[in-house]
Structure formats: C-alpha cells, structure tokens
Design a binder for this molecule. Sequence first.
Ligand SMILES: Cc1cc2nc3c(=O)[nH]c(=O)nc-3n(C[C@H](O)[C@H](O)[C@H](O)COP(=O)(O)OP(=O)(O)OC[C@H]3O[C@@H](n4cnc5c(N)ncnc54)[C@H](O)[C@@H]3O)c2cc1C
Length: 474
Amino acid sequence: MTDLIERLRAICGQPHVLTHDDPASDLSAWEQDWRKRSRGRALAVVRPGSTAEVTAVVQACAATPGVSIVPQGGNTGLVVGSVPDDSGTQVVLSLTRMNAVRAIDPDNLTLTVEAGCVLQNLQDVAEKAGFLFPLSLAAEGSCTIGGNLGTNAGGTQVLRYGNARDLCLGLEVVTAQGEVWNGLTGLRKDNTGYDLRHLMIGSEGTLGIITAATLKLYPLPAAQLTAWAAVPSMEAAVQLLGLAHSRLGPGLTGFEVMGRFALSLVDRHYPHLRVPLWQDSPWCVLLENSDSENESHARQQFEALLEAAMEAGCVSDAVVAENIAQVRALWHIRESIPLAQAEEGLNIKHDISIPVSRIPAFVAETDALLSREIPGVRLVNFGHLGDGNLHYNVQAPEGADGKAFLRDWEDKVNTLVFDQVARFEGSISAEHGVGELKAHKLPTYKDPTALAMMRAVKQALDPQGLLNPRKVLA
Ligand SMILES: Cc1cc2nc3c(=O)[nH]c(=O)nc-3n(C[C@H](O)[C@H](O)[C@H](O)COP(=O)(O)OP(=O)(O)OC[C@H]3O[C@@H](n4cnc5c(N)ncnc54)[C@H](O)[C@@H]3O)c2cc1C
C-alpha cells in the first residue's frame, strides 16, 4: 500500500494525495456522507487534475490487490454512494480539481465541461453566454456535473427538460481498465449501436469514471414567473397539474407539491421566511411558468390558469410573485423543507416515484397504514409532483426520541412504504440513486431479469470489482 501511495503522489503531485499518515490532513469531508449516515476510512484521497492523471490513478489502483476506488464529486449524494467503507483499502478519487470549461458551441447549443465543475458555476457560464442550462437542485452550489450524471439527478425542472441524462449528449469516461473512452460528441442523432452514454449515466461510479461531458443548452426564457396555490386535496393538485399542462404547454417548468406538516416545519424553524397560505389548506403547490415572449404574457397566462383552477374547485387561494425577489423567496421556502426537517430531528426518508394519476390513492393509503402502525407519526410529504416524484418522509411523533425511533422503526417503515410503492407500480429511488443505502433492497423490488442484466454489465465492464464495490449491487 505504501508503494501505491508513492505512485499516486508521483502521478498527481504530493499536495493532491491525502492520507491519515499526515496528522495535518483531515479527511472527514471526503469520508463522511452528507446525511451523516456513514463515516468510512479511506486509504487515501486523490485529487487528479486531468484525464491522463485519472487513467494513471486507475491503472495504479488496479495493479494493487485489495484496493478499490470510490469516485467522488461534491459529496452531496443522499444514498451513501460517494464515501468509502471502513476497510481503509478504498481510494477516494475526487474530481473537483477537474473543473475547466472546455468548449461552448452556441450554434450547436452545447457546452463541454470537466466532471468536477460545480453545477451552479455551469449555470452561470451558460447564462453569461446567453443560454440556459436547466438542471437545478438545492445542492447546486456544491454538487458537480460528474456527480449529477453519476446519479442521473433530477431536480426542479425535469417536467420540462428531463433528468440529467436528457441534458447530456456526450461523455468522456475512464474505464475500470484505465482506458479513455472519448464519447464527447455533440450529436443529437447517433444510432451506431449500444448507447454507452446512457449506461454510464446513473451508474453511480460503478462502471466508469466520468471525466468530462457535452451538455445541452437552451434559450433563456424571456420571463419566469412563480405562483403559490393552496389546494384542497392531492386529487386537486393532480387536477391542477393537468390544467397547467394544457394551458401553459412547454412554459410549465416547475410543479412542486408541499404538505401542510412539511410547511409547518419551515414556519416553525425559519419563521422569517413567511410561508404563505399553509395553515388553511392540506397542500400547497409551487408552479413555475417560463415564457418565451415577455412577463406580461406569462402573468396573463398564470392568471387565466388560476382563475380556471378556482372555478374548477382545485385551487382555493393563490399568489403570483410580483418580482424576482418574491420568486426567489417562494423557491427558498420549498428548498428549505429538507433543512427544516433536519432541524426537527432524525427522520426516515423515501425518494419515490409513482405514476402521477395514482399518487392521491398512494398517499391516502400509505398515510393511513403508517398512522395505524405508529400513532402520532408525522409525515413530511413534498416533492416534484409534475414528475410523479415524492419525498415521502416519516418523522417521529412529537417529543419522541429520534434515534430510538430510527432504531425501532426504520426497517419496518421502509418495508411498508416500499411495498406500497411496488403495489402502485412505482420506483423506490426516483432521483437520488441506490448507493449503499438501498443496494440491499434491489433484489426485492427490482425485476430479477433486469438485476441479472445489471450484474452481467458490471462483470463485463469491471470484472475486478475496482469501481465503487457494494454500491448499487450489494
Ligand atoms: C440539499 C440537497 C438537495 C438535493 N436535491 C436533489 C434533487 O432535487 N434532485 C436530485 O436528483 N438530487 C438531489 N440531491 C442529491 C443529488 O444526487 C446530489 O446532490 C448530486 O447529484 C450529486 O452530485 P455530487 O457531485 O455531490 O456527487 P457525489 O455525492 O460526490 O457522488 C454521487 C454518486 O455519483 C458518483 N460519482 C460522482 N462523481 C462521479 C464521476 N465523475 N464519475 C462517475 N461517478 C461519479 C459517486 O461515486 C456516487 O455514487 C440533493 C442533495 C442535497 C444535499
């Protein structure tokens, strides 16, 4: 192992290889996951500065028996995918030094960047060039495009622009053999066989290391307006979604649902955010209209939509943001729910998807089952309703000890919720991935033939099990 560390230092430079042997190095930022569910111990943290260095690191690790690699971007993943185990034999390969913008092609509407670029910086680069890069999520100030592609991240704009995979045209990948696959194409059409790009995207660092990507750009909208609507039921929220689709068409770029208890937590822990309309209604919806004409057109469309929704009885009250500060404030409330929930105490999280049409029945049945099992249980339910994606989180009864609640209930609650998800033909991971956290659940909830094909792909591309072992496939 000492030889390996020396080789890694020769490849990347002494300052870019951190180990526990150096008392000045604190590796916790790379070893601890964002939710603090797991703290591992790395053999080393390696921060290569180029694709050539990544290939050399992979080759060096592959040649050292017993060593494996954990690719890492911003380490904001929520399923324990980006941190090492406690064996002390895993090298964390952090891509954050690889953050160059390689090219922008305005006529082809593409941007080619390195994997360690922070998402928010990419959005800024695109905007400065007069374009929109639409991937957007609350971790955008820290997460990297490599991690976004590694997890096929979703976020708030999926309804209109798709997941990370829909925004990516090409990839550069270092394979488990330490070779470079140059797939950095900007082509929108290329039917020359298996689509390796889609195999790599969402593989959570288990099939290859993404070192660069060619991404799609879109025109910037002329105006973006946000409305906040109180709705009397989840059925009404789904009805409002249908109306919004038909009246706003492609202008509908966001449709988030938030339950009363979720909003009450924001109100309790961040009272300065002034949550509107939450007290009198079981659900609120945040809608975003991105208009290619101008703001008054967007406003007219919104007002007509909300009027029709009120007439149809699916909205009881609504506000439309008057200016950009109000737009940001409304989104900030939505994005503060996970933080308010963490302030309230430990909870059991589920990132699930269900066909939109079946969400009202799923929520009613699952809420009732959980309330029967755990009297006083509190349900923090919010999410990207436009994509059929709920963050269906289960909080201990008021005053209960969070740690004891997790110890006694986590497994049972997960089984209850995931069984319900399966019954409603949904997915137990909508956008966060599988990581280590859910790997043991796949044999129960994934189609067995699909799982066998996944194992065959892993075996073919990484027979040595070098890349992120025990993540995704337990
Ligand atoms: C506050 C908050 C809000 C969030 N909101 C959303 C949301 O709305 N939608 C959503 O989808 N997700 C959300 N997430 C989770 C989301 O998955 C991550 O934020 C993001 O996509 C991961 O990027 P990262 O750079 O932090 O990757 P990491 O956490 O470092 O890694 C995630 C996974 O990708 C792999 N990986 C990382 N880089 C590479 C690479 N270059 N090549 C191959 N594999 C790689 C890792 O091995 C790991 O398995 C949120 C997270 C937080 C903390």
